[in-house]
Design a protein around this ligand. Sequence first.
Ligand code: ADP
Ligand code: MG
Length: 630
Amino acid sequence: MSVRSSSDVGASAPDDTGIFLEDANGLVQHCTPSLLRHVGLPEPADHYRGRPASALHEMLASAFLDRAAYLDGVEFLRARGQAVHREVLTTAAGNLLERTFVPLRDGDVLNGTLWQFGTARSPDDRAADRLALFEAIFAALPGQMAVLSPTGRYEFVTPSAIRDDALRAWIIGRTDREYAAYRGRAASFAEAREASIRRVVEQRAFDEYEEELHGADGGTRHYQRHMVPMFGADGAVEHVLGYGLDLTQLRRVEQQLVQSQKMDALGRLAGGIAHDFNNLLTVIAGCGEALMLELDAGDDRHELLDPILEASKRAADLTRQLLAFSRRSVQQATTVDVVEVLDRTVAMLRRLVSDAIEIKVRRAPGAHSVPLDASQLQQVLVNLAVNARDAMASGGTLTIDVRPLALSEATFGLAEGEYVELQVTDTGHGMTEEVRQQVFEPFFTTKPAGVGTGLGLSTVYGIVTTAKGTIRISSTVGEGTSIRVILPRDQRELDVGAPAASSSPIRGTGTILLVENDALVLNLVRRGLQGLGYDILVAHDGVAALEVAAQHEGPIALLLTDVVMPRMGGGILAQRLKEIRPATRVLFMSGFVDDPTLAAEIAQGDEGLLQKPFTLHVLAERVAGVLARP
Ligand code: ADP
Ligand code: MG
């Protein structure tokens, strides 16, 4: 309440209400003539202005039947400092007056006190007031509330239960069953409510159950229903109070939580397996490749060796997909233009799908750079296109849209900002809600064995979430599916793509400190690098590596180190080594990086990460590349 001047107060009060205003110093600031009339005091109102309020209270107190009670009340109200409305007092003449006390505050500062005296309302008026108050409370409560007879006929319904005024009036005296028939709905919810009311009446106790309502729009809403007995004077259940809380939103959030926990656990599992596999694959592929270099082109043993290399390549692709899903691969420090990659990939997509499928590509003008590398983006496109193809066995249209998307506020779990949207829409068989909820799980597939691996969408999910984007799926059974991949727009320079691998690995010179805790990998990489012409120092972890570096007298051109190792990992090792040997370059190699702070350290290093498993060609190329940098 804000009071600008004392005359405002008098002006806004009803005629028969007497008011006086006490300022912060306890002096009467304003007093209305009606106040003095009420209690039969003779002086003009001006008489009290500027005098202590306590003197006026003394005068007023004598006008009431119980003088002490009046004054005690004043003290009590002042001490409590909270507004009190309509405290009823009896005057000496036997009339009822209502005293209202309002402290006027500006924040914590008390500016004054408003005292108000009015004729008390009749008992009937007060009952009506109270009823209106309760109705207002019911209407304001978030739940749906109704009072029913023990036979289930509605006696009272809140607007939150039935919004439509006419319908709310209609239902009074009627039952849920009649309501269901009237609205053409299935009566199952009405039967459940009747059963609950019966339990309340028979057991004379509270009853509770959960209700699922299927709306005309196909959505399901969940309610918590409470039925509470209201007893009459004779102790029988006279009414039943029905209370309903809408749990729909809560249930949805719970489901999302369970889902994300499940994805997280699966991610950990997948990441752990992929990590160990990558070390093994590095050895298999590396040894195979080393043998390959020793065989002549016409050697019969190629027949045995080629499939080994081919199989290890496929295994590496699989683990890469698993890692992409588990989000434990380090985010690539590259940027690609979605439209540019799409244009390069469309021809391949045409070959992937049958002639019965028409591919339409639409590119909205604008900037389309995203923080991925070209092969990741192609993987996203191919996986989505293959799924669309599988959903359109008898043909249809595959539409790919690329457009910039500006979010002016946080949406889809993404912060506001600039994004690029890639939308892949098919006219296929679509998917049910149940399928839609599971599609991102690795190995979830509805396709026969041999056709689906269930890794397509989980890979897309991993790639997109690692790049801090999101995926939205909307699908209607029988009509088709639309998948929206939303990626943050990248402002950095474009990735021009790695140069094609030369036919024989690039040779080089210089000393490399190789640190790796897996002995098989260590030996393989050492042999490979020695074969290329480098001098190699080795260590099994960061601590040992620092010792080796301290004892070595000549320069060390490159630290090539694993990331996760016992005692001291690659990130810290690189920092320490840079302190004593600032000229040494650093190249990390890892199958995954689990720890976000490690990932950040690695991302900061300008020389980047060599993703395991790698071939000798790639190793030679990256090492030479890092050493060649100015
Ligand atoms: P896979 O294709 O190997 O089954 P995915 O992870 O790519 O694995 O997809 C998982 C499942 O999601 C599919 O088996 C299919 O049921 C469903 N799905 C994915 N994309 C579509 C689509 N465009 N239309 C209908 N269903 C789809
Ligand atoms: Mg697939």
